[in-house]
Design a protein around this ligand. Sequence first.
Ligand code: BTN
Length: 241
Amino acid sequence: MHKVYEFETLDSTNTYLKENWDKLQDEDVVTALHQTSGRGRLGRTWNDSSSSLLFSLLLKDSLDPEKIGLIPLLTGVSVLLAFQDHGIPAKIKWPNDVLVHDRKACGILVEAVTEEKVKAVVDGVGINLNNSSFDPSIKDKAISLSQVLGKPLDRKEMLASFLLHFDSLYQDFQKENNSFLPILKENSYLDGKEATLDYYGENKHVRVLSVLDDGRLLVDDSGKKLALSAGEVSLHSVYTE
Ligand code: BTN
């Protein structure tokens, strides 16, 4: 069972859990209607909107540091299944975005709390739920679920749907059964697309082949195959063929 702590405003639900992980229980969830310093990957900001579903989930027990890199993928699949429950077709843009009709509907930021060893993992999710408009900087790349369905969605119901899928996939994951991976492979947005990525400071133009059985992304780099881990690369841009 998840205990859900609901806040009107926080700086960031991820920051809150990073600062309070030792006082909270494994699998506790924090939500906020507003974030004053919402954070995205690679030091980006996550724009505030009371129409979004913003939450972070705390994972403290039985954490295997080697497997933390898979948590964004498992989370993305849980979001995808929650969207499907609501009749919304989605794809996962490896490693941490969920897209609907080629636009971003969800971003995921997983952070570890490390004190000599990993003490906790904070799994942050931002879903564009009922947004009717977006900041000009992202308006051509973002979409909300209400824009897709033409009606508003219930925040608590979407969270419950996500948690149901997450719990089942996470339980398998802890038993060394990565049942989320075949779902990710089947619903991978990047397959067959050309992308530019930052690979250890070097810009590479590659063709994405597929997601591998271990969750890495297989790309073709001028005839050479490279298997990329999520932490290793940042995708700059994607070109649809
Ligand atoms: C990304 O797309 O770069 C990841 C965005 C993650 C945003 C969510 S919103 C809830 C949680 N709190 C944060 O500050 N960030 C995550």
